[in-house]
Structure formats: C-alpha cells, structure tokens
Design a protein around this ligand. Structure first.
Ligand SMILES: Cc1cc2nc3c(=O)[nH]c(=O)nc-3n(C[C@H](O)[C@H](O)[C@H](O)COP(=O)(O)OP(=O)(O)OC[C@H]3O[C@@H](n4cnc5c(N)ncnc54)[C@H](O)[C@@H]3O)c2cc1C
Length: 547
C-alpha cells in the first residue's frame, strides 16, 4: 500500500513524465484521455490493473528517449506491439498505474532476402502487412500465421512464444538478430548482428559467446525493436490431411500414432487436434434455442448436434510438405499409422479443393448439407497451413454472446469472455488423455464447455489450449470463469503439465526463487535498475519490487 506521501510523489513523477513525453512525441501521441485509457484496461476476463496513459513512439530513437524518461521519473511502462493478447490479458499490464508503450507506429519491414529466405521487421508489423508484402514481391516464400487476427503483430506474438501452423509454426524457433532497447535507453543487438562488418546477422542465430535471444521472450528485460524471421520456401507440393476420431479413446491412440511421424520428420508441421466442443465453437454460436437457454452444452447434447454435422469426437488436421514423392510417402506412412484407430482419414490437395469449390453448390442440393460452408472452412484451415492469415477464427470468441458476430470483431470491446490456459504435456497418449479428461470434467462442473485444442508443435510435447468461453455481460460469469481457470491451472501445475505461456491470471506460476530466478533478478537489476519495464511480467514470486 502506497503512503500518501509516496502517492503524491508518484503522481508528480507521472505528471512530469507526461510533459517530457509530449516534448519527445508531440501531444497527439501521449494519450491520457480517461475513456481511451479505460478501453485499454478491458480484457476478455476480469482484471483490476489500471493504466495511467498510453504513449506512441514512432521510431526507435523516440522509444529510447521515452524509456530514459520513464527510468528517470520511476514510472512503470508496459510495451505492446499490437495489443491483441486475447485470452491471456489483452492490453492489461501486470502492474497498476503502468503507462502503455504502444509500438504499432514503429512498423517498417526493413530487410528482405528471397534467396536466403528471411525478412526483418519492426514491432508494429502485422501478419496482414507481411502477407501483403510477400504477395507484392511475388515471393516464393511462405510466412507462418497464427489463427488470431490478421492485425496481430509478429513480434508481440513471438515475445509470447506463440505458434502457428506451418513447419515454422514454433515462432521463437525461427528468429534471430534481435535489436533490443533497454529500460535505460541503451540498445543491444544479439547474435552476429552486433558485429558491424558481417552479413550473418539475419542468417545465423548463435553469433559468438552466450546466445541471449531467449532472454527477451517471455521477459521484462528489454523491448525488441527489430527481429529477423526465417521464411519457408514454398514446397513443390502441399497437401492437407484431416483425421476424425469416432471415439474418445481414439485421442490417446492418435497421439501415439502421430508422435513417431513427428519425431522422424515425416510430418514436419504442427498437427492441430480439436475436440468436438472446439470445432462447434469455431463454426457456430451457442445453440440457445436447442438448449432452452441452459448452459453448459452437455456431452449428450453435443453428440446429438455432432451426429447431424460432419465432425468427430476429436479432429486432427495438418499439412504435408515436400516433393511429390515425399508427400506421397508421408501420406502412405500416415495412413498406416492411423489405420487401427476408429475414425477416418482424408487428404486434400489444392486441386481437389478447387474441384470441391466448383461442385459445392450442386453437392449441397444432393446431400442436403451445406457443403459451401464446409469448403469455406477447409479453405481457411488449409490457408493457415500455407501461412495465410485470417480473421475467421475471431468469431469463436462470441460463442456465448446472444447477438450476432459483428463485422469487425473486438473481443475486449464486446465483452466476450475468453480465458485461456495452455499446459504443455508429454507427447504420450496416456498423458494427453489424462489432461483432457480432467480439464473437461473441471470445466463442465464449473458450467463451461470444455473447448480444448492440442497441437503437436514439437515432436516430443503437445501444447494444449483450454478455452473458457463465456459472456462477460452475464452477472457472476467472470467470477465463475476465474475460479474454473484457477482449478484447471492448479491441477495442471500439480501434475507437472506447466503452461507454454502465462496470462495475467496465471502469472503466479513462474514459481518461487531458484538459481534461475536469482540469475534473472541480477540481470534485471543491471539492465533496468529502476525496475520500470513491465514489472510483474514473467517474474518469479519473490522478485524485487519496484525500487
Ligand atoms: C480466436 C483466437 C485465436 C488465436 N490463435 C492464436 C494462435 O494460433 N497462436 C497464438 O500464438 N496465439 C493465438 N491467439 C492469442 C493472441 O491473440 C495472439 O498470441 C497474439 O498474437 C498476441 O497479441 P499481439 O501479437 O498483439 O501481442 P501484444 O499483445 O502486443 O504482446 C504480447 C506480449 O508481449 C509483450 N511484448 C509485445 N511487444 C513486445 C516487444 N516489442 N518487446 C518485448 N515485449 C513485447 C507485451 O508486453 C505482451 O505481454 C488467438 C487469440 C484468439 C482470440
């Protein structure tokens, strides 16, 4: 609790900093208007942290000056690249009275090399911008895209170690040559980028000496102002596969069947697996009429809906990339691997998809199923496997909202409840089954549909995203969602299924002081002596408080 004296002095510090920032950036890029600031305090679940102001530097040099001012005035600041960290806290900082540094104006694509397959970007560069850039260049390189908005930044997502759908889906694994601005305003470069006379900066991660790129993801040690992303050469052939499990026990078998194919690099990209709740939430809103307004949707009601639609208890999809011979061999091995599981496997080339689009309308008439929306959905999923960003998954945030999905979705503004917890689990069928069964039981008991997706992002571990999806306008739902999230998080932590990233609601899972924590604390004291940069972000519980 702040004393009256220190409260008065921190208000004076802030007032002084705001005047300085206006001198550096111009008044229009320093926002203290209560309404605009309050919008940024709204996430997709209940949070309490307040924001004092938003500042918008337009260059690295302005950012350096702004940070020097923040350090001098001892004002906590929190960087955002595009601020769409939905499900994990959106724009809300971990510490009260922080000033947001909105980096979206620092948005140049500053280097690109078709031959060596890389692009170098600033923090405000979005998925939409990079995709348009590659198209304009008629590039034969593919980016990787997340399933979130096209307007999400590339750097913000990578700072959280987010993931996508192509063989470059594990974003932090395909970057190098960071330029980082520290809280003191100093700048450092990582890998070979720090040597002035070499072209290796964007090509090789390691450089000489300790490799420090990792220090700046999931941390509060600096603001990444430039990052190189390695792009994937378009393969000779690309096909998608879809596997539908008919029974719940198929999940465990499927994981054990896919793991060897991931480990042997036969399947090179992330394989995504969604349960029936997740699929339904991706294609429709809550069936209020069929349930007479009652929630949650029970497993029996779900089965009835599923029987009229074409998806399984668990639904896997992934891309197959390579030469025609490699793709055909991968398909053969995949077919063999899943042959004993009760379910069905389909593979789809782009040619077949084009054909399906042509005949979707007449087929709808014959089958009495809406084949056009099925084809639309498959097209989006296959697009993601080729790194084509989309906004179409955003509608899923409106699952429990009574009104229609707006044309420009904004889950924060529209009070969509979205609270994610993302444990990582060994790629062993029994572990994955244990996690999904327990998480489902907990979520249903708290009154929420267990929307679960699983991603074989790396050969040996599976990233699970449990999604509590609700309507924040319904009194009491925020409290119930938070309690449910806590129970899932506590159970997972106790079982050793720790998350791949933390949201505001689970930041306490960084653990207690250890050698790891002490080392980070030492580094932080050196690079940010005032402790002003994103205090509380990925810090262990015994971290040194703001000086
Ligand atoms: C329907 C839906 C689908 C989604 N699908 C995916 C998905 O497929 N994969 C996925 O990973 N996520 C997904 N998300 C979650 C989220 O929307 C994305 O991860 C998104 O990219 C994060 O927001 P951002 O890029 O705007 O980052 P920001 O919100 O700008 O930043 C994220 C965090 O990184 C820090 N940060 C930002 N910029 C910097 C910087 N320059 N230097 C240092 N630290 C920085 C911030 O302080 C913040 O804590 C999804 C969300 C929804 C609602």
């Amino acid at each position: 609790m702040l004393s009256i004296k220190s409260l008065a002095s921190s208000i004076m510090d802030l007032e002084y900093a705001l005047r300085q920032w206006k001198d550096i950036l111009g008044a229009s890029h320093v926002i203290a208007d209560r309404q605009q600031v309050a919008n940024a305090e709204t996430a997709t679940y209940s949070t309490t942290q307040t924001i004092s102001a938003i500042i918008r530097p337009g260059t690295k040099e302005e950012l350096q000056e702004c940070l020097r001012t923040a350090t001098r005035c001892r004002v906590p600041v929190y960087p955002l690249s595009s601020g769409k960290n939905w499900g994990y806290g959106s724009r809300v900082p971990p510490t009260d009275q922080s000033v947001i540094i909105d980096l979206s104006r620092i948005n140049r694509i500053i280097d690109f090399d078709e031959k060596l397959g890389y692009v170098t970007v600033e923090p405000g560069v979005t998925q939409r911008q990079l995709y348009a850039f590659l198209k304009e260049k008629r590039s034969n390189l593919w980016m990787d895209a997340t399933g979130s908005s096209q307007d999400c930044s590339l750097i913000g997502n990578t700072m959280e170690r987010g993931f996508g759908h192509t063989p470059h889906g594990d974003h932090a694994g395909f970057i190098c040559g960071l330029e980082v601005v520290l809280a003191t305003g100093d700048v450092l470069e990582t890998g070979y980028s720090r040597f002035a006379n070499t072209r290796l900066g964007p090509l090789n991660r390691w450089g000489l000496g300790p490799s420090i790129d990792g220090l700046f993801t999931q941390s509060n040690l600096g603001i990444v102002c430039r990052m190189t992303i390695w792009l994937m050469p378009k393969p000779d052939q690309f096909e998608a596969f879809f596997f539908k499990c008919n029974r719940p026990e198929g999940l465990s078998q499927l994981i054990d069947a896919l793991r060897p194919l991931r480990m042997a690099d036969i399947l090179r990209s992330a394989v995504h697996i969604g349960n029936a709740y997740k699929v339904l939430g991706g294609i429709s809103q809550y069936p209020w009429e069929k349930t007479a307004g009652k929630t949650p949707l029970t497993p029996a009601q779900l089965t009835a809906i599923r029987s009229r639609m074409d998806f399984g208890v668990w639904n896997a999809s992934g891309g197959i990339y390579g030469t025609p011979a490699q793709v055909s061999e991968a398909k053969r091995l995949l077919k063999r691997a899943v042959s004993s599981i009760d379910g069905s496997l389909q593979t789809l080339s782009e040619r077949k998809l084009k054909f399906a689009r042509t005949f979707a309308k007449p087929l709808s008439l014959v089958t009495r199923r809406d084949m056009r929306s099925t084809v639309d959905l498959v097209e989006v999923v296959m697009g993601l496997m080729k790194g084509i960003p989309t906004d179409s998954a955003l509608g899923s945030a409106y699952w429990r909202k009574r009104g229609p999905i707006p044309n420009s979705p904004d889950p924060d503004r529209d009070r969509c409840g979205l609270l994610w917890y993302a444990p990582v689990v060994p790629a062993i069928g029994a572990d994955v089954a244990k996690l999904t069964e327990t998480a489902s039981e907990i979520m249903l008991r708290h009154g929420f549909e267990p929307m679960i997706s699983l991603t074989l992002l790396t050969p040996r571990s599976v990233y699970c995203v449990t999604s509590i999806c609700y309507d924040r306008d319904i009194p009491g739902e925020d409290v119930r969602a938070t309690a449910c999230h806590r129970e899932v998080a506590d159970w997972c932590a106790q079982e050793g299924y720790l998350p791949y990233r933390l949201g505001l609601a689970s930041m306490d899972q960084m653990g207690r002081d250890t050698g790891f924590g002490r080392l980070l604390q030492g580094i932080r004291q050196t690079v940010d002596p005032g402790g002003i940069l994103a205090p509380g972000r990925y810090e262990h519980r015994d971290a040194v408080p703001l000086a």
